[in-house]
Design a protein. Structure first.
Length: 770
């Protein structure tokens, strides 16, 4: 493949960038005329507008107006049938004796301020949620889980239909399940907690401190009971005695509770099986259990530390434990406390179960379908660990994507944060079978030293599973091949360095991927367009990917951050007015992680991993005629230039094109005078010789006279062997500049820095007088 983006770049810049520049210069010229010579002497030419500016939009500032459909296709509404696998999903809706479905309550009437829409009757709840998740409508902003999987897989996998069952009332209160959950395995906060009064041997009725929060039928746990095992409460004679379903021996002070050992899935499935007269998954690929109330992930912070200054400030009424002898706060998964009401909710899990507030169903289904783990950290507790892939990945906290960001995930139904989670990364799409290796440009690290650098056109990942345009690829992958260790980065300590990715050999990283991010489709609520560079652990198609707690948590993708410094942004304000900043572990630290083409973008257009002998280049960007974003990317192992002959020539520059006052540009024709050479196709995982026919050139420009300046919109370019591209240099001057200047451009091969060329362009003041 021959890539010559330079000519296209020149045409684009000559119109757009100078138009902006002209407005700025005109404004300054008027001021100079009015204020005299002093202002003239102080004139400072404005910087050229970047060709690919980094524009980061924070999640909390996004609205549904930021959603941009994929041009030409709507997977949620077009009725397409999956080509490889149509998954059958059963939705089983359950509520609790103490917790009705939120969606059945008067609008905004519950303690959390829900539901956000007018209520429906209980009998309609199962079908409501089946439709909410998979039938396009204004309520779900016409987005469905079928649409998500069809978009991610390019139409290979989908969920054409969800069959609703229920509603069923579970035999236990919601907190009996929620307080036996992630981070709460010791059942702290269980209202029924009581103790045995005195040693009692071989009895069926035991004396306890209180039976107030226990009921007949409860399955209870008694510490140290003999014989061991749980017991069923068959009677409650009075406020201090329990009758059990068997003879026991207990000791004074032994703890009792009815929260341990509970499992929502077991109880929900028993009711469903009895109703539907079936067993197991009843013929479905997935059973989605929707429970009344909230997913704890969506409320623990907003109705914990963001609402109350301390555990002691949580009021008993509404928010606290109903047992007055217990604290009003309870431990949560990531932090020491939240309000009891928030902390008593369940967490969504890959089994699959979700609360009414949850919009992360595609995240949990990813676990279930592909046996893939989480790639997320705990950003709330020290020692902090940087997020692995953040907002850019459904398997990290990209599952929180959607209007309003992470602190707006408590609404019922889920129409804001987490309502439209992120795309799957290139690593995961390969492993899930969505992107074949043949669509990816794949290289070996050591192979690049022998074959020379590669240049690849990479299309937006929103459409990288679809048939690709001629000359474009779904992404770029570089395997860290050669002698062990695969990752030769220096060791680091995740417990002392929050930016440590696990450290060289201990990290388990095996490859790099580069992909193009465009804010369309399910990528709409990502914060930027650009190039995502990531280190990955192996995930071969159809196999289980390699994972492991090498980052201080389970991780398998590590996004390279173009801005590794602290993003220094507010997270929230406590009730007492204290500002809480985002920790270094907050996933939004990666909002500005993407790389961009050109100069002055606010990001970077190169990334060097010297330890691993790799140099990545972001050479250019463009949109094709369908509106899809492409980046032209380069990758090099500086240890070798390959067998090709390298060379470069520059023609004398020409002044051309009318521009705003006090500005013009010089255009230089650059030719790759090198010669292609045969390379061994076995140097790389697959034959990539078509990507080895370019060189990359580093550019520099200068102006010889006072008052003149030369600016490069892009300090990198590429040309195929024997081909030419145009390189623009923008020229500005002050009102009191010298009468003329010589603009000098130098182009140097990155493959062989000894191959360089220089050319000049004569510019006079009259060339800038328009």
């Amino acid at each position: 493949m021959i890539l010559n983006p330079g000519r296209r770049l020149t045409q684009r810049l000559s119109i757009k960038s100078l138009a902006v520049f002209g407005t700025l210069v005109l404004g300054v010229s008027l001021s100079t005329a009015q204020t005299g010579q002093a202002a003239t002497m102080a004139f400072n030419p404005p910087a050229l507008q970047p060709i690919d500016p980094q524009r980061v939009q924070d999640q909390q500032d996004m609205t549904w107006q930021d959603y941009k459909p994929i041009p030409g296709v709507s997977w949620a509404t077009n009725g397409a049938i999956p080509t490889d696998r149509a998954l059958r999903v059963a939705l089983v809706a359950v509520d609790f004796p103490n917790q009705p479905f939120v969606i059945t309550q008067p609008k905004k009437s519950d303690p959390f301020g829900n539901p956000q829409i007018e209520p429906i009757t209980r009998d309609k709840v199962p079908q409501f949620y089946a439709d909410f998740f998979n039938k396009p409508s204004p309520v779900n902003n016409f987005q469905t889980i079928n649409g998500y999987w069809m978009e991610q897989s390019g139409g290979k996998i989908g969920i054409p239909e969800i069959t609703a069952y229920g509603p069923y009332e579970l035999p236990k209160d919601s907190f009996q399940y929620g307080l036996n959950d992630i981070g709460q395995e010791q059942q702290q906060g269980c209202p029924s907690q009581t103790t045995v009064t005195g040693n009692q041997s071989a009895v069926t009725t035991i004396e306890v401190k209180s039976t107030k929060f226990l009921k007949v039928g409860d399955v209870i746990t008694i510490t140290g009971v003999s014989p061991s095992g749980r017991r069923v409460v068959t009677g409650i004679p009075d406020s201090t005695h329990l009758t059990l379903d068997g003879t026991v021996t207990v000791t004074d002070g032994a703890g009792i509770n009815n929260c341990a050992g509970t499992r929502l899935e077991t109880d929900a499935d028993a009711l469903w099986h009895a109703d539907a007269n079936c067993t197991g998954n009843c013929g479905y690929d997935v059973v989605l259990r929707i429970y009344a109330g909230y997913d704890e992930t969506s409320v623990w912070q907003e109705f914990g530390e963001m609402k109350f200054n301390s555990p002691e400030d949580v009021p008993r009424e509404v928010w606290g434990n109903p047992n007055p002898e217990q604290p009003t706060a309870v431990r949560s998964r990531y932090v020491p406390w939240t309000s009891w009401l928030a902390g008593s909710q369940l967490w969504g899990q890959s089994t699959v179960r979700q609360g009414e507030s949850s919009g992360t169903i595609t995240h949990e289904l990813s676990h279930f379908f592909f046996s893939i783990g989480d790639n997320n950290n705990n950003p709330y507790a020290q020692p902090y660990h940087r997020a692995g892939s953040g907002t850019w990945d459904m398997m990290d906290r990209g599952s929180f994507n959607g209007p309003g960001g992470p602190h707006n995930r408590w609404q019922v139904p889920a129409q804001q944060g987490a309502s439209m989670g992120a795309e799957q990364t290139l690593r995961n799409k390969i492993g899930m079978g969505f992107v074949p290796y043949s669509s990816v440009a794949r290289f070996n690290r050591d192979g690049l030293a022998k074959s020379g650098l590669a240049v690849v056109d990479v299309i937006a990942r929103a459409v990288n599973t679809s048939p690709l345009p001629v000359g474009s690829r779904a992404g770029l992958q570089v395997l860290l091949d050669g002698n062990a260790p695969a990752d030769r980065s220096p060791a680091c300590d995740v417990n002392t360095n929050p930016l440590c990715d696990g450290g060289g050999p201990a990290g388990g990283w095996s490859n790099y991927t580069l992909e193009t991010v465009q804010r369309i489709g399910y990528g709409s609520f990502q914060p930027d367009n650009g190039v995502l560079i990531a280190k990955n652990k192996p995930y071969e198609p159809g196999q289980r990917g390699k994972e492991g707690s090498t980052c201080g948590y389970n991780c398998f993708t590590w996004v390279v951050d173009a801005h590794p410094e602290d993003i220094d942004q507010l997270d929230y304000v406590r009730p007492d007015g204290t500002k809480v900043m985002r920790t270094i572990g907050d996933y939004r630290q990666l909002n500005d992680a993407l790389f961009h083409a050109g100069t002055n973008s606010g990001s970077k257009n190169e990334y060097v991993d010297a330890s691993n002998g790799l140099h990545f280049y972001i050479l250019d960007k463009y949109e094709d005629d369908k509106g899809f974003l492409h980046y032209v990317l380069g990758v090099q192992n500086p240890a070798g230039a390959g067998p090709q002959k390298r060379g470069v020539a520059l023609e004398k520059g020409t002044v051309g094109g009318k521009a705003p006052e006090l500005a013009t540009y010089c255009s230089f024709r650059l030719t790759n005078t090198g010669k292609d050479a045969a390379t061994d196709p076995a140097l790389h995982p697959q034959d990539e010789r078509a990507q080895l026919r370019n060189d990359v050139y580093r550019l520099s420009a200068s102006a010889s006279s006072s008052g003149w300046a030369a600016q490069l919109p892009n300090n990198l370019t590429t040309a195929a062997f024997g081909k030419s591209v145009d390189v623009p240099v923008f020229v500005t001057r002050t009102p009191v500049s010298a009468g003329s200047t010589t603009i000098q451009l130098t182009a140097t091969s990155v493959s062989n820095p000894g191959k360089a060329a220089t050319a000049s362009c004569k510019v006079k003041t009259k060339d800038t007088d328009h």
